[in-house]
Design a binder for this molecule. Sequence first.
Ligand SMILES: Cc1cc2nc3c(=O)[nH]c(=O)nc-3n(C[C@H](O)[C@H](O)[C@H](O)COP(=O)(O)OP(=O)(O)OC[C@H]3O[C@@H](n4cnc5c(N)ncnc54)[C@H](O)[C@@H]3O)c2cc1C
Ligand SMILES: *[C@@H]1O[C@H](CO)[C@@H](O)[C@H](O)[C@H]1NC(C)=O
Ligand SMILES: *[C@@H]1O[C@H](CO)[C@@H](O)[C@H](O)[C@H]1NC(C)=O
Ligand SMILES: *[C@@H]1O[C@H](CO)[C@@H](O)[C@H](O)[C@H]1NC(C)=O
Ligand SMILES: *[C@@H]1O[C@H](CO)[C@@H](O)[C@H](O)[C@H]1NC(C)=O
Ligand SMILES: CC(=O)N[C@H]1CO[C@H](CO)[C@@H](O)[C@@H]1O
Length: 500
Amino acid sequence: MAKFRLSSLLAFLCVLENAVALPQGYSNEPEPDLKPLLIDPIRKWSLNTTVSFPNSPAFNASTERWTIADPPTYVAAIRPGTEDDIGKVISLAKTKRFPFLTRGAGHGYAASLGDFQLGLSLDLSQWKHLEIDKRAQTLTVGPGITFAEIFDPLFNAGFYIQTGSCSCPSMIGVTLGGGIGRLMGKYGLLVDALQSVRMVGANGKVITVSATSHPDLWWGIRGAGANFGVITSATYKVHPLVNNGNVFVADFYLPVERSREYFDMVEANYSNIPDNLAQVMVGIWNRTISSVQLVGDWVYYGTEKEARKVLAPVFNLNATSSTRIVQWNKLISSSGFDEFICQPNQPRSLFSLNQKIYSADGYQAGFKKIEKYFYDHPGGRDTTLVIENFPNQAVAAVPDDSTAFPWRDSQGFIQVNFAYVAGDEATARASNKLGEELRNQLAVTSGYSEKAVFVNYARGEESIENIYGKRKLPRLAQLKKKYDPSNLFAYNHPLPMHYP
Ligand SMILES: Cc1cc2nc3c(=O)[nH]c(=O)nc-3n(C[C@H](O)[C@H](O)[C@H](O)COP(=O)(O)OP(=O)(O)OC[C@H]3O[C@@H](n4cnc5c(N)ncnc54)[C@H](O)[C@@H]3O)c2cc1C
Ligand SMILES: *[C@@H]1O[C@H](CO)[C@@H](O)[C@H](O)[C@H]1NC(C)=O
Ligand SMILES: *[C@@H]1O[C@H](CO)[C@@H](O)[C@H](O)[C@H]1NC(C)=O
Ligand SMILES: *[C@@H]1O[C@H](CO)[C@@H](O)[C@H](O)[C@H]1NC(C)=O
Ligand SMILES: *[C@@H]1O[C@H](CO)[C@@H](O)[C@H](O)[C@H]1NC(C)=O
Ligand SMILES: CC(=O)N[C@H]1CO[C@H](CO)[C@@H](O)[C@@H]1O
């Protein structure tokens, strides 16, 4: 087992409990023992770089994940303090041939991350710089910044921006796959707001990637950004608040027998959804009423008066509803669902699809299957069927060939988010079986001829064509070969080096 000198400053910084024996077999090479490599004073890590090993709070924090289904596993973690140290980690991993996985906020849920075994967590969660330039109307953040952390500072500076729909993922992590959310009809994807990033590349060197610096990679990181390096900073265009930042929210609760009527109303009235309106429909097991329920959560970016006019067809159903006006920065925290969905360390298994069209037939068929699942599998009653109806006007206004993101024609996203108690294998099996069935079935009414799924929502066993888009792959493969020829960034929906 590794020998180390407690006298070294490094050892002082590191957490050195219970050294671990490394199991064999995660690569074809005889794998190095990471501990002596990482704590060797020759590394000269900066003072704010820390290394940790299993059975310590620091290691736990650096490897914690949102889902614990199909988890990647680690033998060590590093929290680099500087880009220089990130470069050293990359170079060390390349020469010593051990796998590492970049971690922002730990919300990646690709089942393929489970192929990553016994490696190093490159944990960026302490990279929490945040800067707002009011004159340039930009926001610059580090990869440790979650959405929760941008809302108040940005709002207080008089701006807002398109975000994801939950508070907990890393803003940069979400951006790398495109970044969809409620404001995408008005302002586009998160990558459409992006102005430049800093990246430590596979050669360990720092580069700026923007329209004028490495423009080929600039195209690729906007949709396939996890494949080429470690992003240490990102700058986004922000927008002055509209309507003083007040947003109108209306939630509707439908009993199961009214689901068809509701879905018909959605298809008939909102298939051309206005650019400043968004709905998330959720099929849930409501514990208060011990029954399946359909919840329609609408957000309108404008005045209440306009909102009530636009939402008249929904209000006309006379369903139980609650409405409120909230400030943009409180929208997500006040939703009720956010805290529940953001809970880490739960076994979760997700099946997702993009939608080009809204289909009442598809929604109803899916809802009926989930209803049956709730009755058959009480252990799965924290599961949610999530149907996002998000407008795409500003997304579609960006030419398709200007970024790697392949699904600019999507105006909706479906997610079956299975959640069950750890160890409940029967429910896990039933969930995965139903997940595949639902995905196959909902694909038929999605408006796509394939099971299209954008990379952030992908599970990992879909074909790469269904994730990255066939027409994008030749160019992406070329970029992969140019910028990551040793395939170091190989675990999160990895790109091939050659295509076809
Ligand atoms: C509760 C929840 C809500 C979500 N909501 C949305 C949403 O509204 N819109 C949307 O588009 N997506 C959404 N997603 C999906 C989300 O975009 C992805 O899961 C994303 O990968 C999460 O990033 P992370 O940094 O939090 O996770 P991590 O697990 O830390 O990162 C996932 C992968 O991204 C790569 N990566 C992360 N950070 C960096 C970096 N700085 N440099 C290089 N590579 C990096 C790594 O390969 C890593 O394995 C949501 C996911 C969850 C769990
Ligand atoms: C680390 O996490 C594991 C698994 O959740 C837990 O059993 C253990 O007690 C934690 N250890 C420390 C030191 O926090
Ligand atoms: C680590 O310390 C260096 C030098 O003081 C500083 O520039 C850097 O911002 C710190 N890193 C983080 C992630 O805070
Ligand atoms: C459950 O249903 C009741 C009655 O419709 C509603 O007030 C409550 O908010 C619902 N719970 C959830 C979690 O949606
Ligand atoms: C809703 O209520 C109004 C007023 O009572 C009534 O005219 C209308 O028919 C109702 N609509 C439905 C769908 O029940
Ligand atoms: C304007 C419009 O298309 N209204 C439709 C809204 O949905 C209801 C119920 O499905 C239809 O009857 C309306 O024609």
